[in-house]
Design a protein around this ligand. Structure first.
Ligand code: ZN
Length: 150
């Protein structure tokens, strides 16, 4: 397990240093701001949807390695998914980082998001890992105010 944990940390560090889709999205028709006051993580998430599909997604902002890596991987994973699939992924990811069993049924596989499984041992980090997802949900729901994890 020690090797796996090291590999997971490497993946998280790599994404935090070179986050994917780290830019504004001029074509976005949804946008929301998210803030985690416990850590100071603050992101804007941009989403371009077409019907029910998430065509493109990006983010900007600043935060700790976990929040940034999570935002980076979130953008990669939800791109091309439907809103419902993105919501299911969030539910499954939330269970992973809070140490709850995965939901049954046909919930989509987390794939590379599994690297955040270690977060469940650090309850204060759960909000870092889920901030981008909460912000994505707020953007899709068209919320105008900034979301806070508090
Ligand atoms: Zn953080």
């Amino acid at each position: 397990m020690a090797d796996l944990r090291e590999l997971y940390q490497e993946v998280i560090l790599e994404h935090s240093k070179a986050p994917r889709n780290f830019r504004a999205l001029p074509a976005a028709n949804h946008k929301a701001e998210g803030y985690n006051p416990l850590c100071g993580d603050r992101f804007t998430v941009y989403v371009a949807t077409e019907g029910d599909a998430i065509r493109d997604v990006s983010f900007e902002g600043a935060g700790c390695a976990i929040s940034k890596a999570s935002a980076s991987m979130m953008t990669q994973v939800v791109k091309g998914k439907t809103r419902a699939e993105a919501e299911q992924l969030f539910e499954r990811f939330h269970n992973l980082v809070t140490g709850q069993p995965a939901p049954g049924g046909d919930a989509p596989a987390l794939g590379k998001l599994e690297v955040f499984s270690g977060v469940s041992e650090f309850p204060l980090r759960v909000k870092c890992a889920t901030l981008a997802w909460h912000t994505l949900r707020a953007a899709l729901e068209g919320k105008q105010e900034a979301v806070s994890t508090e």
